[in-house]
Ligand binder design. Structure first.
Ligand SMILES: Cc1cc2nc3c(=O)[nH]c(=O)nc-3n(C[C@H](O)[C@H](O)[C@H](O)COP(=O)(O)O)c2cc1C
Length: 444
């Protein structure tokens, strides 16, 4: 498609842009791991163009809309779901999910909620053996258990899926039983955090971050016996060269495994119409992309052959940006599981959400760094996808040792979830959409 001279010119152009950015004090702070940090004046200013039809005129790519499935169980229709449970659920679906796929399915009766997964929505190279879905279900459940007391509900959580093989069946993974209780505080502090939480992909600073035991270690270990939590300051992370190298290489992974890239691109929404039609996925602005970068991603989606051409350039830029973002973060947190069971991964998701919401309450921003943790877990537990290149299998196998040393893990603890946090110094990224409660209940 491109001659080797043309490829060399493209690479030179990218390097010049990187060097120019570095010379003037760095790449744009609102960019993401996949935000490339350069501006081409040819494209409309993102603040002025709201519908992005211009991008459709330049390149048309198929809209990705998958057809969700229902859990094959009895259900109450959305308008019969009782007041408080409905309010809790409407809040809880603000929970994070990989690429905002929102794979959860609900069965509700008067006093119980069963949660399962729509396998068709959750299929992803990064979701081998449902590890990402387990984290996401944990986050959803933790939102429910935290918000419920403020709405006069007590919850009892029962984990149902004891083996990885049972996760493949179309049956619920977890059951929550609700009972009435006097409203806990009336202050709705968790509700506010659940409502305002989002993934932030700009640069952070350490201002206002206190890593002392009392301020950061806010999750009672006895409530979550299968999970351990560790944290490093951005400064500590920056000075640990092996850790920095590992995280930077691992963030490049999606551009080295074209199945993973295809799976990612199907969830990027390139126009307001596309976002409104699906109510899922990630609007390109929420990724911190600039218009020219979004167009490049759309073109790669439309013409997959170009992925091979552009990926080497993108990998270079991602490594540079990751180094800056990790080095300047207030801190890096790691959650590890003590057993490689579905329940432990689910529990890690619960702890991750509790920490995220607590940081939100402290006014701090969070971005998951999932490739460096989920892929380590995949490889360590023998569940790496077939498409993972051999070099990356080695990277993640060695990465286990790197993370164990850097975060002082005990033998037998396996990393599953990592994120950076700090004071956001860039503009907050755009909110992601959510499907309606009715669609989670009916599967439509
Ligand atoms: C399992 C899992 C993995 C994720 N991995 C990443 C990641 O590597 N990088 C990132 O920026 N966001 C990551 N996210 C965040 C999601 O993209 C985000 O939650 C989703 O798009 C919804 O956006 P919101 O968190 O702003 O509501 C991850 C979330 C989950 C649950």
């Amino acid at each position: 498609m491109f001659s080797s001279r043309r490829k060399t010119l493209l690479l030179q152009r990218a390097r010049t842009l990187i060097e120019r950015d570095a010379a003037v004090g760095g790449v744009d702070t609102a960019s993401t791991p996949i935000g490339l940090g350069f501006t081409l004046p040819l494209f409309p200013d993102s603040t002025r163009t709201t519908n992005d039809e211009w991008m459709d005129r330049v390149v048309k790519a198929p809209v990705s809309k998958l057809r969700p499935e229902a859990l094959p169980l009895t259900n109450q229709s959305a308008n019969q779901v009782s007041g408080q449970i409905k309010t809790v659920l409407e809040l809880a679906v603000r929970a994070p999910s990989g690429d905002n796929c929102q794979p959860w399915r609900f069965n509700v009766t008067d006093s119980t909620l069963e949660i399962g997964i729509d396998q068709s929505l959750a299929q992803h190279t990064f979701n081998n053996r449902h590890h990402a879905s387990l984290v996401s279900v944990g986050m959803l459940v933790e939102s429910i258990t935290l918000a419920s007391p403020e709405l006069g509900l007590q919850t009892e959580v029962q984990w149902l899926a004891t083996e990885f093989a049972s996760l493949d069946r179309k049956s619920p993974w977890v059951r929550i039983t609700f009972t009435s209780a006097p409203s806990a505080t009336g202050q709705s502090t968790w509700q506010a955090a659940i409502q305002s939480r989002s993934t932030q992909r700009g640069e952070f600073s350490a201002t206002g971050v206190v890593l002392s035991h009392s301020k950061f270690n806010f999750v009672k270990q006895s409530d979550f016996p299968l999970v351990s939590a560790s944290v490093l300051s951005g400064e500590q992370a920056r000075s640990t060269a092996t850790l920095m190298d590992f995280i930077c290489k691992s963030e490049q992974y999606v551009f080295s495994n074209f199945s993973a890239l295809r799976d990612l691109l199907q969830w990027v929404r390139f126009s307001k119409n596309e976002t409104q039609a699906t109510n899922d996925g990630m609007p390109w602005r929420s990724l911190g992309l600039k218009p020219a970068e979004a167009l490049l991603f759309k073109t790669m989606k439309r013409f997959p052959v170009l992925q091979k051409v552009f990926s080497p350039i993108i990998r270079i830029v991602i490594a540079m940006q990751t180094r800056r973002k990790i080095g300047r973060a207030g801190g890096i947190a790691l959650l590890s599981v003590k057993t490689a069971t579905p329940e432990a991964v689910f529990e890690a998701g619960r702890v991750a959400m509790r920490q995220w919401l607590h940081l939100e309450q402290l006014g701090l921003a969070v971005q998951p760094i999932s490739a460096a943790s989920l892929c380590v877990f995949d490889v360590a537990s023998g569940a790496a996808p077939a498409s993972m290149p051999v070099g990356y299998k080695t990277l993640y196998r060695n990465g286990l040792g790197t993370l164990m040393d850097a975060f002082c893990l005990n033998a037998g603890e396996t990393p599953i979830w990592m994120y950076r946090f700090g004071q956001l110094t860039a503009k907050p990224t755009q909110e992601t959409p959510r499907r309606t409660l009715a669609s989670f209940l009916s599967g439509r």
